[in-house]
Design a protein around this ligand. Structure first.
Ligand SMILES: [Zn+2]
Length: 237
């Protein structure tokens, strides 16, 4: 069985994390690891013309729960409003409290540069919550401290200066991933962006680069891949 871990995906909107790392998440879930998606908002303001924002919010939460069930993950959506995600003390404490409660070993989150401010704010919140969740002297509803590391994920709106550091072979779970993301109305029907085509093609291109059929990628935090030790990593004396 080995040592089972908890992988957590923290993103801005229902569907973001599922699109970006859904196949990686499915791979770890299939191997017996716990996987949780935490969405800060439903992303309800990209509503279809004939669906009110509040109705679309419920729809997106339901779609996300269906997608996560296929991936093999838990799904939590907080009640922040779409396009209003702020980096402030209240948000950081709410995320840090969730972290202490759920106790992930690794968090995957958006890259730091984006055309969407909700996206670029989330990794700032994750970074600030890392300190508050980890500090033993910081009281958070009685939960014990929990330190976690985090990596960034690849998304079409967040590509400025995104160069992958890590390629993960997701060949075995890519069909499951495509089934999961097809649960989202916007993935299959958006007139603004061809989500399904893009992410299927992206998994294929990253797979070519990884010399596997399909792959998804991750990136270290800025300055987060510094190694300190007695020799060159991977090149023993
Ligand atoms: Zn989003």
């Amino acid at each position: 069985m080995g040592d089972k871990k908890h992988l957590m995906v923290i993103d801005a909107h229902c569907g973001d994390g599922e699109l970006q790392v859904g196949a990686i998440a499915a791979k770890y879930a299939k191997a017996g690891h716990k996987v949780t998606f935490l969405h800060l908002t439903a992303g309800e303001k990209g509503n279809p013309p004939d669906v009110p924002v509040d109705v679309y919010r419920d729809q997106k939460i339901r779609e996300s729960e269906e997608a996560c069930a296929i991936i093999g993950a838990e799904c939590i959506t907080l009640d922040y409003k779409d396009a209003e995600v702020q980096v402030n003390e209240e948000t950081v404490i709410k995320v840090a409290t969730q972290i202490r409660k759920l106790r992930p070993d690794l968090v995957l989150t958006h890259w730091v540069k984006s055309i969407h401010s909700d996206h670029s704010n989330v990794p700032k919140i994750v970074e600030a919550a890392q300190l508050k969740a980890g500090l033993s002297g910081f009281e958070l509803e009685g939960y014990p401290p929990k330190y976690y590391s985090y990596l960034h994920s690849e998304n079409w709106e967040d590509m400025e200066e995104y160069v992958p550091d890590i390629y993960v072979d997701v060949t075995e779970t890519f069909e499951t991933y495509l089934e999961a993301i097809s649960k989202f109305w916007f993935v299959m029907n958006s007139k603004d962006f061809r989500y399904f085509d893009y992410y299927k093609a992206l998994g294929t291109i990253r797979g070519c680069q990884n010399r596997t059929t399909y792959a998804q990628t991750l990136k270290f935090p800025v300055g987060g891949n510094i190694r300190k030790g007695k020799e060159i990593p991977g090149f023993p004396l």
